[in-house]
Design a protein around this ligand. Sequence first.
Ligand code: AMP
Ligand code: MG
Length: 331
Amino acid sequence: MKKLTVIIVAAFAMLLSSCAPQTASTSFFAMDTVMSVTAVGSNDDLQACIQEVLRLENLFTVTKKDSDIARINASGTATVSADTLLLINTAKALSAKTEGAFDISVYPAVKLWGFTSDEKHIPTAEQISAMLPFIGYEKIKVDGNAVSVGENMALDLGGIAKGYCSDRIVQILTERGVTSAIISLGGNVYALGTKPNGEPWTVAIQDPNDRSKAIGNINVIDKAVITSGGYNRFFEIDGREYCHILDPATGKPAENGLISVTVVGNNGAEADALSTALYVMGTDKAVRFAVDEELDVILVTEDGRLIISDSLFDSFEASDGYEIERISEAA
Ligand code: AMP
Ligand code: MG
């Protein structure tokens, strides 16, 4: 009798586990950051995501010798893959829309400040003004699948590539029938569908002044939640911080009053580029741009303001001690 009970209990447990959705999780290092994917799916689904990220990393990474971008930078012109072409065209369109605040031709400045090496330093004013003429998205030419840039120009997809990767992962998972997943590519999050229990995904927004804390949580379904922050990568000299987001107009780290910009949207590449652009624009311009373009944003200013789009008001829960300002009141 006891044996029979054990068999029945075991069979019942097996039945239950076969009904429960299978969740798989993976974490890996790519594009200079830790990435993770948790999906209601199989390990094969996750492997397909990792393979895709590694494929894109080989196309986009500026420091990988044979990447599409490295080949453009080495000889001024190169034939590139469909993904690189799409991303360069998207980047160019977003540069025009943001009046050059986002500009993938900012690479000469990134290099001059040493952000791609271990030797970060402050260039002289002469070095900066000699480099500035080499920045300018208008001089990126696309002809079929050939991309060319002006003399001494160079491209860097670092401000948009991770957002694009999240879009591709979502596409791959969707094609494989996965309807619920949370993807985090070094802080660039994409929430696919809902949590397995049907509730929206909750994404914490880091406090730029204390990374162990969150300024609040946002509840989302089928959205990219992408944050640009100077605190993510910077160096310090004589007590002053120099961040990796550069203002293409000045060739210097952006310092226009914002310390964190989160963009919430359907398209990861666009949200990624726009979060970088708004960071460069600074508080006043970013507020104006977000209102005019009906962009969903969460902005944190240097002087402690937390400004959020009215449309996000109901889905954002501020942590204790943080006060929210509606963007319509800040505009
Ligand atoms: P993100 O973390 O998405 O804001 O992107 C920052 C990265 O994009 C930097 O590490 C640079 O590689 C690159 N970048 C810096 N400034 C800009 C800019 N104004 N426009 C486009 N890319 C930029
Ligand atoms: Mg970005």
